[in-house]
Structure formats: C-alpha cells, structure tokens
Design a protein around this ligand. Structure first.
Ligand code: DCP
Ligand code: MG
Length: 425
C-alpha cells in the first residue's frame, strides 16, 4: 500500500494547446504502447479510437517525471478505461499483452508494410490484404496497377521509411530557399512541421512559402517546382492548386483539418555528398547538396556544410549499417536491398500562403497534429470561434479576427502563447 502523501500526483489541463510538451518524453514505454494502439486503430479506419489513444499518450508525454504507480494518475484528463488498463499492465509487468500480441499480428504487420507505401491509405491496404497481399513482393506479383504516387512509393520504399534527420532537413531547406529566391526575389520560406518543433527526425520535411506583398505569391509554386525539376532535385511531385478563393462557404467553415492552400507533395533526390577536403577522406557525408547542380544556379557555395559528430559517427559505421539495412529492408517487405547509390529519396511538402493568412498557415502547419486538433476544439467549444489554417472567425461578433503573428492568434483565443518547441503533444 502506497502512502498517498509520498506520491507525486500529476495535474495537466485537458486541452493539448494549454500544455507545454517538449520533444522529450519521460514516459516513452507507456506512450509508445498507447501510440501503437492509436496507430492500429487508425490503420483499421477507427479514427475515434485512434484519437482517444493519442490523447492518452499526449497526457503522459506532458508529465514532468516517469509514472511509477497508478495513484499518480488520479484526476488526469483523457485517460479512459482501456488506456488505464494498458498503463497498469505495463507498470506491473513491463509490457502490455495486447500491444505485444498486436506487434506480432500478421494483419497489423501487413497493414504497416502496405500503408508504408507513399500513396496507400488504410482502405487500399485492407482491400489488398483481403486478397492475400501482405508484402511488397506479393503486391508486385499481384499485377495490380498502381497509380503514379504509389509507383513512386514502391520505388522509394526503403528511403521513405527511413527517418529524415535534421541535417537532411537543413540540406533540403537550402535547396528550397535557393529555388524560391531564384524564381521570386523577396519570397520567404519557413521550415514547419516537426522540425520547427525541434524534433530531431521526421517522416518528411514541411515548408511554408509566402511573399510580403500580397498577390506576389500567385503562380509561385509552379515556378519553384519547375526550378527544382530542371535542376534534377525532384523524383516525384504532385501539385494541388489553391481552392480557397473558390470556396463559397467561407474560410472558417472549411470542413475537417484539410486546408485549401496550393500544395506540392514531392519526393526530393538528396545527394549523399562525398567529402573530399577532409582529414578523414574515407568519410562519406550524408547532408550534401552540391553534386546535382552545376553552373550559375549551383548551390556549390554551400559546399562547406558543417559536419557534426553525429553524422561522422553514423558514417563510421556505414558498412555495418548498410548490412543491417539490407536485413531490415528484406524483413520489412522492401523489394530492394539498400543500395550504394549516391543519393536518397526524401518526402518534402511545400505549401504557398498569401501573406495575410501566413500566421494562420504557420500555426496550422507547425503541429503537432493533436495540438492542432485541440486548438480548433478549444476555439469552438470554449470560445465560440472557428479556427483553421486560413483564418479565425468569431461566431459571437460575426467577424474574422486578423493576426500577423502566432502570438496574436493565441491571444485572440485567450490562450497563453506556447512556442513551437513546446507543441509536441
Ligand atoms: N497538418 C494538419 N493537418 C493535415 C496536414 C498537416 O494539421 N491534414 C499539420 C500538422 C502537422 C504539420 O501540418 O504537424 C505537418 O504534417 P506532418 O504530417 O508532416 O507532421 P509532422 O511534421 O508533425 O510529423 P513528421 O515529423 O512525422 O513529419
Ligand atoms: Mg512533417
């Protein structure tokens, strides 16, 4: 029997946007398990269950110390019966039987492999699984015709399922910045998504592009894409145009969390640069930019990208790493062993926003997904306002509230400002 007086009882507010959540996690054993249950629910197209597990994981992630007993969780929000059972089992036995059996479930593994293909969602994966397709080999042999996105997804499967490092994100940022200023001087790019929140890895790299003179951003995306394409940086791209102006129902009434900005889903070809002028000439650099472009548009002026210790360490072990990757890629159902090609595929999302909507777009594209969801829920339920990545509408005053910074939006919402590095709910 634990004496309550000695137990640190945690307290957190119930909306993720009222909490400060850094990228560190003091309870990763618990949050990994709950995230896996969330992922499985999402793969099964059960969004509600997925969100419930995500909320439970996010509450634990916000705690300042590791949880040691159930008493500490008394009164915490968002912890349902199912989540509490899982937490208790892990605290008692070190693991959750439900999570462990899920990890070994054939259906779960097949769903994970197939939805790991860029362009394949839960519904498509399930249709294939019902036909007995569980691996990429089986998918290829099935003779199914894939769309252009899925073909690129299969082609670059191993690269796209390997996390993107911050160094790689920085290398992509230099390329995108070069492209943007080349086609429209004065245009600005901002790194958004997980990397803006200070995460060290991500599944992709996200950027928001704008120009301080409203209207100048029109037509910008196609020029940026052409520049990137002509310099050999794109393995795939699909651009969707801005449908905001045509939207009759007004910006604040856009359904769901999808925004209507002009957007480019792409796959970059990122050079793994071979370092020449180094004391350790055998070391390969993985951050590189410069071997794909030459001439006046070359990004060769960035040849001296800083190489930090973590990159060197990765490279020292590159041979054994490559061997390990080959093992892993075959186990994962990948089609090709990790090769020795001098580049790697990286998912990159580009979004263009008019300057007047930039603060809303920046807030909307910085995430995390749960933080965004709770910002919108807070706005609607607590403030009678509608928030999306274009605007904030006050339903009581029946007017849009303007903002030129994220700080102003938090203030409109009556929330304490949370910086990006603390939005990792
Ligand atoms: N976003 C959103 N709704 C969408 C798409 C994006 O709210 N339909 C926002 C929240 C995300 C951000 O955009 O945090 C970027 O989307 P990502 O899927 O790239 O998410 P992250 O960058 O946070 O994660 P990762 O590190 O896995 O890329
Ligand atoms: Mg991202």
């Amino acid at each position: 029997q634990v004496d309550d007086a000695e137990v640190m009882v945690f307290s957190v507010p119930s909306y993720a946007c009222q909490r400060r959540t850094t990228p560190d996690d003091n309870n990763s054993l618990l949050t990994d398990a709950l995230s896996l249950l969330a992922e499985n629910a999402e793969l099964c197209d059960q969004e509600g269950r997925g969100v419930a597990f995500r909320r439970a994981a996010a509450v634990l992630k916000a705690l300042p110390k590791p949880v040691t007993c159930m008493t500490q969780l008394r009164g915490l929000p968002c912890l349902g019966g199912h989540s509490l059972r899982v937490i208790k089992e892990i605290l008692d036995n070190g693991a959750s039987s439900e999570v462990e059996s899920m990890k070994h479930c054939e259906r779960y593994k097949a769903r994970k492999v197939l939805t790991g293909v860029f362009g394949v969602g839960a519904k498509t994966a399930d249709r294939w699984i019902r036909e007995g397709i569980h691996t990429l080999h089986q998918l290829r042999d099935s003779g199914h015709s894939l769309n252009r996105t899925q073909k690129a997804g299969v082609e670059h499967y191993d690269d796209l399922n390997q996390p993107v490092s911050k160094a790689e994100a920085d290398a992509v940022e230099e390329i995108v910045a070069k492209a943007v200023v080349s086609v429209l001087p004065g245009a600005q790019i901002t790194l958004t998504g997980g990397f803006r929140r200070g995460k060290l890895t991500g599944h992709d790299v996200d950027f928001l592009i704008t120009h301080p003179e409203e209207g100048r951003e029109e037509g910008l995306m196609s020029k940026v894409v052409s520049w990137l394409e002509s310099h050999g940086f794109l393995l795939y791209q699909k651009t969707t145009r801005n449908s905001y102006l045509e939207s009759k129902d007004g910006p604040a009434r856009i359904a769901s969390n999808m925004d209507r900005f002009e957007r480019c889903f792409s796959i970059f070809k990122l050079a793994k640069e071979v370092k020449r002028e180094t004391k350790q000439p055998e070391i390969q650099r993985e951050t590189g930019l410069q071997n794909t472009v030459e001439g006046p548009c070359s990004v060769g002026d960035h040849t001296h990208i800083q190489v930090d210790d973590s990159i060197l360490q990765t490279d020292h072990t590159s041979q054994s790493q490559i061997h390990a990757d080959e093992q892993r890629s075959c186990e994962d159902g990948g089609l090709k062993p990790a090769g020795h090609k001098p580049w790697r595929a990286v998912r990159v999302d580009l979004v263009v926003s008019p300057f007047s909507q930039f603060a809303f777009a920046l807030l909307g594209w910085t995430g995390s997904k749960l933080f965004e969801r709770d910002l919108r829920r807070w706005a609607g339920q607590e403030k009678a306002m509608s928030l999306n990545s274009h605007a904030l509408y006050d339903n009581t005053q029946k007017r849009y509230l303007k903002a030129t910074s994220e700080e102003e939006i938090f203030a409109h919402l009556g929330l304490e400002f949370i910086p990006p590095s603390e939005r990792n709910a």
